[in-house]
Design a protein around this ligand. Structure first.
Ligand code: FAD
Length: 246
């Protein structure tokens, strides 16, 4: 399998750097081909230029290289420290520039029964994606009643709006909480857990997001049909399974 790791951390001696190194070795040892987009090391230009919205002919070489890597990959891992409840700005800028019109969005035709190719359909259909995230906060702070908000809800805009939108199946995230409390034993346990997730990338069931063109939504208003998950609102409503699984 071909695995692309899109990685954002500025410090080559960080916990994230160590986990990236571990992940590459684990994947390669298992026989997978790995490419890494190390955004800080690449000095990735995170600023979308006026000329890049939304003209296909103005795509720069750096954008095309990243799009080729995405097309090459069977699985894409986005690895980052949680900064202000989301991905670092440099990675958001990668998404904004690489997901061009006709590639990341604006794919497919609209009709009375179809709203283009997105949310499970699109350029990246057939690929899998997984977030690999470190957070300073405790796991309980991100639990369903935790002060920071439930982690699945915080990550919904990335999972659903960035990964599922252009067609990728989204695996449950690999999370490392309470990073300030790290010692060698905990680090080794985290690597083991990460290794299990990497070994099962191809078989882990994805988050069961609904597909937009398969009967659950009224087109073109794109709201859930009244008979689908009645009474359920917000992020949970866009999952097939009962909302308790979110
Ligand atoms: P590091 O700081 O590099 O390391 C963490 C610990 O792991 C250290 O004790 C280090 O010694 C140890 N370590 C490193 N490498 C190894 C190794 N190989 N073996 C054993 N131990 C090792 N947190 C939240 O929960 N929510 C937020 O919204 C949030 N926003 C933030 C915003 C900013 C701008 C910043 C800077 C931090 C924020 N944080 C937040 C905290 C942040 O998520 C964590 O600091 C980050 O995830 C830790 O990852 P790191 O790679 O930077 O770890």
């Amino acid at each position: 399998m071909n695995v692309l790791i899109v990685y954002a951390h500025p410090d080559p001696n960080s916990l994230n750097a160590a986990l990236k190194h571990y992940a590459i070795q684990r994947l390669q040892t298992a026989g997978h081909a790995v490419q890494v987009s190390d955004l800080y090391a690449m000095e990735w230009n995170a600023k979308l230029a006026a000329s890049e919205i939304p003209k296909l002919e103005n795509h720069r070489a750096d954008i095309l290289r990243e799009q080729e890597k995405l097309l090459w990959a069977d699985t894409v891992i986005f690895q980052f420290p949680l900064w202000w409840f989301s991905m670092p700005a440099i990675m958001k800028g990668w998404v904004e520039r690489v997901y061009t019109l006709g590639f990341g969005y604006g794919v497919g035709e609209h009709s009375d029964v179809r709203w283009g190719d997105r949310y499970g359909e699109g350029t990246l259909t057939g690929k899998r994606a997984m977030l690999m995230v470190t957070a300073g906060g405790w796991e309980s702070h991100y639990s369903p009643r935790g002060i920071n908000g439930a982690v699945d809800e915080l990550l919904f805009p990335i999972h659903h709006g960035i990964l599922y939108y252009p067609g990728m199946e989204v695996l449950p995230p690999f999370m490392v909480y309470r990073t300030g409390h790290m010692d060698d034993a905990r680090y080794a346990a985290i690597c083991e857990e990460l290794g299990q997730r990497l070994d099962t990338l191809a078989t882990t069931p994805p988050i069961p997001f609904r597909r937009q063109n398969h009967g659950d939504y009224d087109i073109p208003v794109m709201t859930l049909k009244s008979e689908i998950a009645p009474g359920v609102e917000g992020f949970k409503a866009h999952l097939h399974q009962p909302p308790s699984l979110l």
